[in-house]
Design a protein around this ligand. Structure first.
Ligand SMILES: [Fe+2]
Ligand SMILES: [Fe+2]
Length: 180
């Protein structure tokens, strides 16, 4: 896990807030696992399945880092993860069935939204919490890389209503998993 050399002690409220933000990110990474698996299942292109598998390996790291950081902060993961996993698997499979260009377009849009979402977390995290920041910054960089990969493979830009629906769904997930 990416880690800062300095780890100043955090106040109780800061620590709880960071643990909740990382619970949201952990839930997001559970969804990423399911989306990639669903998309790979439905894709007929070997080239795309290979790119998905490579990104999925980085997502597996993100999942493990988020879980580890939550433990270090004394938090817990979301009780609703299995539900989000199932929904994301179905969504990824549906995207994959729309053909390669839309499948990649869905992937690129997901990763762009995740990257922006992580920026929001960096803005809300305590500046003292250097290790949580290091984890999020590394994830953010890799998510941007996933979006670029999808674009270089021929992602088609999703129509605005689809992008809005994805944002709404993500907002529901992040709001619920911050608490539960
Ligand atoms: Fe990720
Ligand atoms: Fe990603």
């Amino acid at each position: 896990m990416p880690r800062s050399a300095e780890e100043p002690a955090l106040g109780e409220a800061e620590r709880r807030h960071a643990a909740a933000l990382m619970r949201v990110n952990h839930c997001g990474e559970v969804c990423a696992q399911a989306l990639y698996q669903g998309q790979a299942l439905a894709s007929s292109s070997g080239r795309i399945r290979e790119a998905l598998a490579k990104a999925a390996r980085e997502e597996a790291d993100h999942l493990a880092w988020s879980a580890q950081r939550i433990r270090e902060l004394g938090g817990r993961t979301s009780a609703l993860n299995p539900l989000w996993y199932a929904g994301s698997l179905a969504l990824g499979y549906a995207a994959g069935r729309l053909g390669d260009a839309w499948n990649l377009g869905f992937l690129a849009e997901t990763e762009k939204q995740v990257e922006q979402h992580l920026q929001g977390h960096l803005d809300r995290l305590s500046p003292l919490d250097a290790t949580t920041r290091a984890v999020i910054e590394t994830m953010q960089r890799e998510e941007a890389g996933h979006a670029r990969t999808a674009e270089s493979l021929g992602a088609r830009e999703l129509p605005a209503p689809a992008r809005c629906a994805m944002r709404a769904l993500a907002r529901a997930m992040t709001t619920v998993s911050y608490r539960l």
